[in-house]
Design a binder for this molecule. Structure first.
Ligand SMILES: [Zn+2]
Length: 165
């Protein structure tokens, strides 16, 4: 485990300890904390069973690598809070509702629900009609795939057919 991954583990345990003190009861820890390369935009995910026992927390390696300090100070506690709230209040409780937000205040961690951390941008490679290779990001790629044509300064055209798979 990397140093930052260990810091995430500490943040999760810290959240459970503070919550145990705050609610005056013991809380089940999750069976598994997974660091995933597959989560590219989502920072983390928490899963619990129908009886509200905690199953897992998944944390994104790419988002953590691009924003280590912000990630560590918000995401592990955010996900742990989901598992805590489910145990304390039951499965019907709103995931980012008042109870969850209150717990985030108790944990002294950011309770905003949409992160604005940097994420890995996916790139698409095209060859223009003049033979020039071009790299595009998802917005232009989407437009071109929907039929738009971009014209390079030299006159070459980038069209749907120019996509290099
Ligand atoms: Zn959440």
């Amino acid at each position: 485990m990397t140093k930052n991954e260990l810091r995430c583990m500490d943040e999760i345990e810290r959240a459970f300890l503070i919550a145990e003190d705050y609610y005056g009861r013991s809380l089940q820890r999750c069976h598994m904390v997974q660091f995933s390369r597959r989560l590219k935009v989502t920072a983390g995910r928490a899963a619990y069973a129908w009886d509200c026992s905690p199953l897992s927390i998944k944390l994104s390696i790419p988002v953590m690598e691009l924003n280590p300090e912000e990630f560590i100070s918000r995401t592990p506690a955010h996900e742990a809070a989901h598992l805590i709230i489910a145990q304390v209040y039951g499965i019907e409780t709103a995931p980012h509702g008042k109870k969850w937000k209150n717990l985030m205040r108790v944990l002294e961690r950011d309770g905003s629900t949409k992160h604005s951390m940097k994420v890995v941008r996916k790139e698409y490679h095209y060859i223009a009609s003049c033979g020039t290779p071009v790299t595009l990001l998802s917005g232009r790629h989407r437009n071109i795939q929907q039929g738009a044509t971009y014209v390079l300064r030299g006159g070459g055209k980038i069209t749907r057919e120019g996509l290099v798979e």
